[in-house]
Write a protein that binds this ligand. Structure first.
Ligand SMILES: O=C(O)[C@H](O)COP(=O)(O)O
Length: 237
């Protein structure tokens, strides 16, 4: 049995301000830092011998991992950073206030943009202040103009299959520090969640989801380590 911990970053500045973030790089709040430190304590208490970590190239996920590893006294663990684990790109919604956007376009439309499987938000306009195509961390990478969850999964899955799955299959207990929607994509794949049911799956900040995987990388158990802040998990098939 191999153990995988999926950890969404702690609260970010734009989570607090209720703004669409996506690929935009924002910092953790003090509360987010505390969540990350607590996540590390919970991972330690779980008593799992973690040996490998993966994260995105976004500061909030990287720092969450650093803070968690620090409180686990495991700063020495290898960490691989890759843009395939980035948050889904929120396109033209990036930077907008979620409540103001709902007031303007209606709750139903915003829910479709946020949670539908295959309807992406409007594209980010060329020359937008949130255009990241010149950011050095994305040298040689085709930065998307928007992403649905489906497109996010199509980005994450080759990385999962090519890089993460072989590590897990080799029996290495692994932590992935990433984002609400890149983790929803992984959960959809691992738990074989339908396109309809993934709409209702939410991932809380800074609350590690501990999953035991069999040799075929099918979940045999799953639980949030902070039970008081747990969200409903998809059924194990
Ligand atoms: O990118 C964002 O705004 C958040 O990380 C996730 O937002 P959501 O819950 O609106 O998809």
């Amino acid at each position: 049995m191999t153990v995988l911990a999926l950890m969404r970053h702690g609260q970010s500045e734009w989570n607090l301000q209720n703004r669409f973030t996506g690929w935009w790089d924002v910092q953790l709040t003090e509360k987010g830092e505390a969540e990350a430190t607590r996540a590390g304590e919970l991972l330690s208490e779980a008593g799992v011998d973690f040996r490998q970590c993966f994260t995105s190239v976004q500061t909030r996920a990287i720092r969450t991992l650093w803070l968690a590893l620090h409180s686990m006294d495991r700063c020495w663990l290898p960490v691989t950073k890759d843009f395939h684990l980035n948050e889904r790109h929120y396109g033209g919604l990036t930077g907008l206030d979620k409540a103001e956007t709902a007031a303007k376009h209606g709750d139903d439309q915003v829910k479709i943009w946020r949670r539908s499987y295959d309807i992406p938000p409007p594209e980010l306009e060329a020359g937008s202040e949130f255009d990241l195509s010149k950011d050095p961390r994305y040298d040689g990478i085709d930065v998307p103009a928007t992403e649905s969850l489906k497109l996010t999964l199509e980005r994450v899955l080759p990385y999962w299959n090519g890089t993460i799955a072989p590590v897990l299959t080799g029996g290495t207990n692994t932590i992935i520090s990433a984002h609400g929607n890149s983790l929803r994509a992984i959960v959809k794949h691992l738990f074989d969640v339908s396109e309809d049911d993934i709409v209702g799956v939410e991932i809380p900040t800074g609350n590690p989801l501990l999953i035991e995987l069999d040799d075929a990388l099918k979940p045999v158990s799953a639980r949030y380590l902070d039970a008081d802040r747990a969200k409903t998990l998809p059924a194990i098939k």
